[in-house]
Design a protein around this ligand. Structure first.
Ligand SMILES: Cc1cc2nc3c(=O)[nH]c(=O)nc-3n(C[C@H](O)[C@H](O)[C@H](O)COP(=O)(O)O)c2cc1C
Ligand SMILES: CCCCCCC(=O)C(=O)O
Length: 498
């Protein structure tokens, strides 16, 4: 590879060379087994382009003629659009990612300048290493502010006020982080968070009670795990800025029965009820609950539930212009890009961050040209074929005038498949009764062999900790809250079980 990357992925290689291991691992890593981290990218690769119109393909028996999309005038491609009314050169935003000074000494100020140069919107992380004011005064990029709700609510409220005063245009409320996910590389590296500039004099990131990830210990001390739907009203009462919920992914919330059919009402629908102005389909770059679906596999059902009432944005795994196109075809209005921008920043400062966005824009432009789409409005669901289309399991149910699509999707195999055995282990540990030797036997014996009683105890403790976090990240405060609806198995997929 020459020094000048020709695609976004090559910036990751340069970033790895440029950064200390602790920081590279923090930026690149996901949670636990990193299954979802791999899937976020791999799921895009399983979506292909249809050169033929989907409807024509379905009707082929009837009309016996298929029409390739060629000979469309693509001499002018227009990628420009508006996001919450703000003009942008492309449907690509910079996702809020924490602590850019770990990637480059000038941090988020350079990222903002790159956004301004590319005429795209910048999401600034609550956990930035430059202040809100420094970023605001550095350039005229349109900026959205990402918010975490701290136990000390007054601090979150103060940050909202500062963002408003500094002409940020929207609040991105992150809802997938009641606790920080288990980033095991950070634990091993004993990741240390630098002082977050916005909180100087308010909150110190120095936490003494940690022999693992200092960031995790800091997050445990700061983040409010009691955040719930009612708090959206609180947030809306303290700001006039539009609020977008970032981290919508699971589809079931309350199960509502209509017409004797059990239909799953979507979190996305609830989000609209509480008056948010937009939704970001995101799994936090696979850094929170591992084994949740790749975001691109969750996008369409959210889009169908929302039915155009608020914009649906998307992030997770975007590495190519073709990925942007696929997300748009599946209904996203715009995408956010996280790691690639940080890798660009780490490798080559503002220039690198800018090149990453430019390359994605160039690739999107080419994809549109080669697909016969001169404008974003020309991109339709018919341009892509997903795995569920391929398996002919795309079922449309006409219910009360709405079409709900239930995707048959192997990738949605979820965490609670593993959790059911864990429940038994937890029971065993708590009651000192071994309920199922086959399930709990080996790990405990391995722990015992490695470190005696301490090892066996640690095995049980680790499983308990992971179960606790899994429950927290799945919105299950008690074991009774864990239901069959929390998992999707391969047989569900095969039989398109509703
Ligand atoms: C290093 C890193 C830090 C992040 N920090 C935040 C954060 O402070 N707030 C937040 O809401 N999301 C954060 N995210 C999640 C991103 O906003 C976004 O959802 C994710 O990076 C998208 O996936 P991608 O990296 O594959 O593009 C972070 C992600 C990474 C990789
Ligand atoms: C309370 C500080 C937590 C910072 C976490 C930043 C983040 O979201 C990440 O994914 O890392």
């Amino acid at each position: 590879m020459g020094d000048e990357p020709v695609n976004v992925k090559e910036y990751q290689i340069l970033a790895r060379q440029a950064l200390p291991k602790m920081y590279y691992d923090y930026f690149a890593g996901g949670s636990e087994d990193q299954h979802t981290l791999r899937e976020n990218v791999a799921a895009f690769q399983r979506i292909t382009f249809t050169l033929l119109s989907y409807e024509y393909a379905i009707l082929q028996h009837a009309i016996n003629s298929l029409r390739p999309r060629i000979l469309v005038d693509v001499s002018k491609i227009d990628m420009s659009t508006t996001i919450l009314g703000y003009k942008t050169s492309a449907p690509i935003m910079i996702a809020p990612t924490a602590m850019h000074k770990l990637a480059h000494p000038e941090g988020e100020v350079l990222t903002a300048k790159a956004a301004a140069a590319c005429d795209v919107i910048m999401g600034l992380s609550f956990s930035s290493t430059c202040t809100i004011e420094e970023v605001a005064s550095s350039c005229d990029a349109v900026r959205f502010f990402q918010l975490y709700v701290y136990k000390r609510r007054e601090i979150s409220a103060l940050m909202v006020k500062r963002a408003e005063a500094n002409r940020f245009k929207a609040i991105l409320l992150t809802v997938d982080t009641p606790k920080l996910g288990r980033r095991e590389a950070d634990k091993k590296n004993k990741m240390i968070a630098p002082q977050l500039k916005n909180f100087e004099g308010l909150v110190s990131t120095k936490v003494d009670d940690s022999d693992g990830s200092n960031l995790e210990a800091f997050a445990a001390r700061s983040l409010d795990p009691s955040l719930s739907w009612k708090d959206i009203a609180w947030l809306k009462s303290i700001t006039k800025l539009p609020v977008l919920i970032k981290g919508v992914l699971t589809r079931e919330d309350d199960v509502i029965y209509i017409l004797n059919l059990s239909l799953c009402f979507l979190v996305a629908v609830k989000a609209m009820e509480v008056g948010v102005e937009g939704i970001i389909v995101s799994n936090h770059g696979a850094r929170q609950l591992d084994y949740v679906p790749a975001t691109i596999n969750a996008l369409e059902e959210v889009v169908l539930a929302v039915q155009g009432r608020v914009p649906v944005h998307f992030d997770g795994g975007i590495r190519r212009g073709t990925d942007v196109f696929k997300a748009l075809a599946l209904g996203a209005q715009a995408v956010l890009v996280g790691r690639p921008v940080v890798f660009g920043l780490a490798a080559k400062g503002e220039y690198g961050a800018r090149r990453v966005i430019e390359m994605l824009k160039d690739e999107l432009e080419l994809t549109m040209a080669l697909s016969g789409c001169p404008t974003l409005n020309d991109i339709t669901r018919n341009h892509v074929r997903t795995q569920s289309d391929n398996r002919h399991c795309r079922i449309n149910y006409l219910v009360a005038g709405s079409i709900f699509n239930f995707n048959d999707d192997n990738d949605n195999l979820m965490i609670f498949m593993c959790t059911y055995p864990f429940v038994r282990i937890v029971d065993a540990a708590q009651k000192c009764i071994v309920l199922d030797l086959n399930t709990v036997g080996r790990p405990v014996v391995f722990g015992l062999a490695a470190k005696g009683e301490y090892g066996a105890r640690r095995v049980i403790e680790m499983l308990k900790d992971e179960l606790e976090l899994t429950m927290a990240l799945s919105g299950c405060p008690t074991l009774n809250d864990i239901t069959r609806n929390h998992v999707r198995t391969q047989s569900d997929n095969r039989h398109c079980r509703m």
